[in-house]
Structure formats: C-alpha cells, structure tokens
Ligand binder design. Structure first.
Ligand code: MRU
Length: 342
C-alpha cells in the first residue's frame, strides 16, 4: 500500500482522498500553496495527516527559497499560509510550531543547511506518527472484547495518519491479535469519510465491516449490536472534552444512554492543554456545497440555506477512556492527563 503522504524527489506526494474509493490518484505538489490547498480541499485530511502535510509544506516552502531571499519574512509567510488552512485539528498547529522551533534554532545557518534540517524534521514527524499509532493500537486493543462489534465514526485510519491509524489502529491491532471482531462504520455525511475511506481501508485489511447510515447508529446501539465505540479526535482540551467529526457527539450520547463504552484514540499531539474545556475549541464551518451536493449533484432546492459545522465536541463525561501512545487515561481527565503535559 502506498503511504498516505511522502516526500519524493523534492516534492510532496499524496493520495487524493476526495477520489477514493473509486479512483486511486496520487498528486505531486511542488510548493507550499499547493499543500495548503490540498489541506483546505481535503485531498488530505485527518488530524495527524494534516500535521504531517503542513510540516512537509513548511519544508517545501523553505526549500524553494533562493539565496538572497528575506528568509525570516518568507518563513512567516509560509507558516501563515499553512496555519490558516483548517482551524480545529490541533496537530496542524503542533506540527507548524515544531517546524518553527527548528527554524529558530537554525537561524543564521547557510540556507542549504536550514533546508536540510527542516526537511529532516518533517520526515521525523511523518516517521514518528506511524510508531505512535502502533503504540495507541497496542494500548487500545486490550479494551476491545473478543467477538465484539465495534462502531466507528469518520475515518481515523491510515489515511488520516502516516499509515496505521488511531481508532482504526486500535481496531486493526485487536484484529491482528486474533480477536474476532466486526466493525460498523458510520458513513459520515457530508464528506462520507466512513463510507468511502474507512470501508476502503478495512476492506484492504481484511477486517469484516458493514457501512451504516449515520442515523442507523442509534438503533443498532440500542438493540445491542454494538459492544464498544472507538473514534479519533481533532483536539482534546485538558479536561478531556474532545472535538471530532460532526456526529461524534451523538454517538457518545447514545453509547452513554445504552451503557456502551465510548472511547477516543489520539496521539498526545492532539491535546491542547492550553484550553480548559472543549467550549474553547474552534469549530470549522465547511462550504455549503458539501451539504447541498453529493458527487457534484444538487440534492436540495437550488436556493436552500444549509449549515455545515465540520466538528462537534463530546463532553468528557461521555468518554469512557482516552487511548494515547503513553497509555489509557480514565476520568477524571484533568488529573489523569496531567502527567502528559509537556
Ligand atoms: O474533516 P476530517 O476528515 O479531517 O476529520 C477527521 C476526523 O474527524 C478524524 O476522526 C480525526 O481527525 C482523527 S484522525 C486520526
């Protein structure tokens, strides 16, 4: 399987997630603007993958600078362009801040040396993610009962990371450990990450799954078909409130009502310890066309007004456990997460 994103011959190569599962097309991006556009238009999406793309975009922007350029001003411009692409995923800002630190410590170096260091850092962010996800998978697999039906929402798999996945990483680690599990994948309107991407990934992994409409989740949870829910996160506040794809909150409330564990799998880079609670997490509003159309075809009256919030925040009280690369945190999160602050 081709990686979600990679550095190849001086450019950033990524699979176009808008075209999956019908077409597997790889885009070659030559400058930071193209990378920023790819993040905005969701060629690449998923919090950790957005962070990796931004890191490569940062490096690419500096690599394109010519000797004699005003490097500090150019770096500000490159960083600002990538910074504004999507507001919710903490990993975007975490990766850009990490790249910025490398730039700051390398100020005064010859441009070629600085470029080398920035590319090495972006590659490290990419490489480390795979290892982090494998550790999340190992910690989380223990929570999945043998024989369970696992519900997941959106896509928190290889496509949303460097290649292994967070929530799907937990599912695949349980599967690889020999547990006989089955997955229910919410289709995840409007971008259909579950129907298109999670289904594509699980099919390739050989994990049995069924795609369900988002509005079928409640009934299937209520009738006892689901034993545990595992989802990813875009940003987690220090009290454990977790932002994830719109619809996650509904799944969490339904799990709570029906006494089913609702778990969140995410790397520490998704945590925003500066935020006391999830009400402070910026929620992205995406273009109306994503709701108005399916595959470019209008499905509402021409003049219909729509809302398209891309994320919601699940209050910590509905979250049974948060699975990270350092272990599994349980409520109360304010204290269980505290040791993982930098
Ligand atoms: O809008 P998206 O597709 O970027 O949203 C993705 C999600 O909500 C994922 O669940 C989250 O980023 C975790 S990805 C490991």
């Amino acid at each position: 399987m081709h990686p979600t994103i990679e550095w190849k011959d001086g450019q950033v190569v990524m699979i176009d997630q808008r075209r999956l599962p019908l077409e597997e097309i790889y885009l070659e991006l030559h400058d930071e603007d193209r990378v920023a556009e790819a993040i905005e238009t969701m060629v690449i999406r998923g919090a950790p993958a957005i962070g990796i793309a931004a890191a490569y975009g940062f490096a690419l922007g500096v690599i394109r600078l010519k000797p004699g350029a005003d490097i500090a001003a150019e770096v500000d411009r490159i960083q600002a362009r990538l910074w504004e692409t999507r507001p919710t995923a903490r990993n975007l800002f975490w990766a850009l801040e990490r790249m910025r630190r490398v730039f700051e410590t390398g100020r005064g170096l010859p441009l070629a040396r600085l470029q080398e260091r920035l590319l090495a850092e972006a590659m490290a962010i990419d490489r480390e993610d795979e290892d982090i996800c494998r550790r999340i998978g190992a910690h989380g697999a223990v929570l999945i009962p043998d024989g369970a039906t696992v519900l997941t929402h959106c896509n928190a798999g290889g496509l949303a990371t460097a290649g292994y996945g967070t929530a799907i990483g937990v599912i695949r680690a349980a599967w690889e450990a020999g547990k006989k599990i089955r997955v229910l994948a919410d289709e995840t309107r409007p971008f259909l990450q579950g129907a298109r991407l999670t289904a594509w990934e699980l099919g390739r992994l050989g994990v049995p799954y069924q795609v369900i409409t988002d509005n079928a989740a409640g009934w299937l949870i209520h009738t006892g078909e689901v034993q545990i829910a595992v989802v990813g996160a875009d940003r987690i506040a220090r009290n454990g409130d977790a932002a994830n794809k719109i619809g996650t909150y509904s799944v969490a409330v339904l799990c709570h009502e029906n006494d089913i564990p609702f778990t969140v799998a995410a790397p520490i880079s998704t945590f925003d310890f500066s935020l006391a609670h999830g009400g402070l997490i910026p929620i992205e509003e995406r273009p109306a066309a994503e709701v108005r159309e399916i595959n470019g075809r209008l499905i509402v009256p021409q003049d219909a007004a729509v809302r398209n919030p891309a994320f919601d925040v699940t209050p910590a009280r509905y979250i049974t456990a948060i699975i990270t690369e350092r272990g599994v945190a349980r409520p109360p999160y304010e204290s269980s997460l505290a040791p993982w602050r930098d």
